[in-house]
Design a protein around this ligand. Sequence first.
Ligand SMILES: CC/C=C\CC(=O)SCCNC(=O)CCNC(=O)[C@H](O)C(C)(C)COP(=O)(O)OP(=O)(O)OC[C@H]1O[C@@H](n2cnc3c(N)ncnc32)[C@H](O)[C@@H]1OP(=O)(O)O
Length: 673
Amino acid sequence: MAQYRRVSGSVGLITLQNPPVNALSASVRQGIVDSVKRALGDQKVKSVVICGQNGVFCGGADIREFGRQMSGPPLVPMIHDIEAANKPVVAAIEGSALGGGLELALGCHYRISHSKAKLGLPEVTLGLLPAAGGTQRLPRLIGVPAALNLITTGRHVTAAEALQLGILDHVTEHNTVDVAVKFALSVTGESLDGRRISSFSCAPLSDLDSLFEEAMLKARALQYFFFAQRAVGRWSTPSGARWDTSQPRPVRKAAVIGLGTMGRGITVALAQAGLSVVAVETHAKQLMEAKKAVPSMLKRGAVRGGTTIEPDSITYSETVQAVADVDLVIEAVFEDMALKEKVFQQLSIVCKPDTLLCTNTSSLDVDHLASQTRHPELVVGMHFFAPAHVMKLLEVVYGRRSSPAAVATAMQLGKKMGKVSVAVGNCRGFAGNRMLKRYLEQAFFLLEEGATPELVDRALEEFGFPMGVFRMSDLSGLDVGWRVRKADGLADTSLTGTSARVRQGCRYSPLGDLLCEHGRFGQKTGRGWYQYDKPGGRVAKSDPWLHNFLDEYRARHGLVPRCIDQQEVLERCLFVLINEGFQILEEGIAAGPEDIDAIYVFGYGWPRHRGGPMFYADMVGLERVVERLERYHQAHPNVPYLQPSGLLRRLVANGSPPIHKWRNVIKNRNSQL
Ligand SMILES: CC/C=C\CC(=O)SCCNC(=O)CCNC(=O)[C@H](O)C(C)(C)COP(=O)(O)OP(=O)(O)OC[C@H]1O[C@@H](n2cnc3c(N)ncnc32)[C@H](O)[C@@H]1OP(=O)(O)O
């Protein structure tokens, strides 16, 4: 229902009353219709304010009435009558104005909101359209592009953003209804000609078709990704193991070896999944720190998720002997093969003969680790992403000898931990990091050729990544990749002349290595590709030192900087990553494009509305991807990864079939198993 009263002498105040969110039930709509009629008919009333009780304007249509026989006055004429009123009507928005709630506010002549309120048209998330005027009034008020974005994403915007977009007339920190009443008094008698949104004309746009085309593409990408997420659960390996024929083993008790950042996150994720966990750390100081950190991570998670955690589900130990009776072990020690070899040899002796041994390595050889054990068929990779208790992605890496049951068990455990588990074959970097390597290389090459970290990051962020490659590198730490390159014998900055920029016959950029030698590890040292106000600082600022350093570097190597545009950044960085994805499919490291897309969306921040790298390639057109790669390869013949992969060429030769038909063309000729 709605309560009506006259306040401040001449303002008719209509308060929606339908706990908990004042949704527009039949009786609320009836209450509004009756109250508006009363206010307009009362000569003492010169203006009207509409608000909601208990600090919420209106949560939209009453979802509890969905599926029932429609009764009460319909929304569209009700809102239209408000707009047509000859007295000013002001919406006083607190809490939320969503769906029909925002449509009601758009029918009012003025909108005043509290700074903490949220506004939006979330109908799309319920399979509806904002059909009570939202699709008509919002574009007229804020323009088609911004309205299309709100309508197709259903996202809620803050009052500040709504003000900036032009949805709101005023935002207040004070009592919104009081402010709205004062405002209503101040506009009494003013002309309403320019306040009725449905009479506004829509600003003409020359590129309207392409705008709608873009929105359609986003919708297609989201629909594709919905099914892609589900497809990855139906895993298969080139040896013929499959999700529906492989029986997972029960896992009740698990162990984590190594309680650094990753190990702690994995311990938390296992405990949150209801497992009993043995957490092992051989360094006393690190163990002590983990004993403090893990319970507080669990507590924070429980508060967020409204769950309870058995405090004694985790036992800590300083020795590997403590894992003798567990069903599954996840090794998360430092990324060093010799150290991991030793751990696997120990585990093979200590554990029950049927214990599954998993490694959280991000790139090392799972087959080699399996060869250190008595039961290599029970070894798989479980590659988590930091922070392991938050990130959704888990790469389950099967080796040459991993049994179907071992793969099925790791996949099922991942699911139990709330992860999207993707089965991939064993190769350097598996699927995700292998592709990332090519993307990073191109970003470095672009700096050598004249780009700045700011330019590259801007292009990637405008594409939709939450962070560009350099900001991301500063966040995760430049030293991580440096250590790997040193172990691989690549990071040698003593080389001079042309050999400084070539390794194993291919182009190499030592820029990352040089920065690390200057102690610039990113956020943790307060300096990286950007500068930060202090070590651990989060806000990246452009760094003149870095720009000078790049100038000197180019001069030293005789590189003449050129103008690089955003399109080249995107094509160089993304197409080379995509090309590696095709190579991975060709080799059978990933079973289908959906696997790669799920890995990139859930693990690497690829924007979901672009469906993932393989879907994006399909959208751009495979022929175009080939043509651009060939062109860049011609310009950079010492970068072999710019050569289009065999599978990509075969797909083009087969008439570029749509992505759901690629599996027919993929032949796992170079399968790893
Ligand atoms: C003719 C069609 C016209 C228009 C189309 C529409 O309007 S479609 C509906 C569009 N509205 C929405 O989608 C809003 C959905 N609700 C929310 O987003 C949130 O609930 C909201 C309003 C932001 C509040 O969030 P908060 O976190 O504060 O609370 P919570 O989500 O737990 O909800 C509290 C209780 O309110 C109930 N509820 C929420 N929205 C509605 C609604 N539109 N109709 C009926 N009930 C609603 C919700 O179920 C909770 O109830 P409870 O009994 O406590 O579980």
